[in-house]
Write a protein that binds this ligand. Structure first.
Ligand SMILES: O=P(O)(O)OP(=O)(O)OP(=O)(O)OC[C@H]1O[C@@H](n2cnc3c(O)ncnc32)[C@H](O)[C@@H]1O
Ligand SMILES: [Mg+2]
Length: 204
């Protein structure tokens, strides 16, 4: 049985990523949901121990729903590069980890270096993937997945967006997600593709 969110429901966003929070808040804006976040409520970040996007999305959403007693929405996402056999995939954030916190310039450089080492032919195709999990405090959940296919480019371009946006060019586009204002990225993104499915099933 699928459950629906209704206007006035209180929802906790189970993410500590400022870029995602900005994008998901904007997507939810028209629906009259009362949105708060894991950071605002002081929730710790659960360890992402699963090896699938859906597994980690479930883990993050259920953790926040149980801790708060609210409906929770999580986002587990990443970039899959074809010539790297889908890497970094679920490990996209891990590739950015350094002793001093996350460094996405380092993660993007590693990705490009590995493509060079393999002499991967152009275009260097791949996709952003987003899995949203909506979880209720009683343990029920619903999963929505979206993707956005494109190619990786070098050097990084643009200072908008977050994460890998400066090296990702969506199919049919001639600028990276990093060069687009959010209003231009939104209709093209993996996150909004997943969100459209959530809206169709759980919001209207
Ligand atoms: O787990 P939470 O707290 O939500 O935040 P996170 O940053 O750790 O998120 P993930 O575990 O899902 O890791 C996915 C990484 O993939 C990257 N990513 C996901 N969506 C992206 C987007 O729209 N643009 C650029 N990079 C993105 C981003 O850098 C994330 O850190
Ligand atoms: Mg994470």
């Amino acid at each position: 049985m699928m459950r629906k969110l209704s206007s006035g429901d209180r929802l906790v966003l189970a993410s500590h990523n400022a870029g995602k929070l900005r994008e998901i808040t904007a997507l939810l804006e028209p629906y009259g949901i009362d949105v708060t976040s894991a950071g605002v409520l002081g929730l710790p970040e659960p360890e992402e121990t699963e090896d699938t996007f859906a597994g980690n999305a479930r883990l993050k959403a259920h953790f926040a729903a149980k801790e708060t007693g609210l409906i929770a929405l999580s986002d587990d996402s990443g970039i899959e590069v074809d010539a790297l056999d889908g890497a970094p995939g679920v490990y996209t954030a891990d590739w950015a980890e350094t002793e001093n916190g996350r460094d996405f310039m380092q993660a993007m450089s590693r990705t490009w270096r590995e493509l060079e080492e393999r002499n991967a032919p152009e275009p260097r195709t791949g996709r952003f993937v987003c899995t949203l999990c909506l979880a209720w405090p009683d343990g029920h959940d619903q999963i929505y997945r979206g993707d956005a296919s494109g190619r990786l480019v070098w050097p990084p371009r643009g200072d908008q967006g977050f994460g890998y946006d400066p090296i990702f060019m969506r199919d049919g586009q001639s600028v990276t997600f990093g060069e687009m204002p959010y209003s231009q990225k939104e209709p093209l993104s993996h996150r909004s593709a997943a969100f459209r499915k959530l809206v169709a099933e759980a919001l209207v």
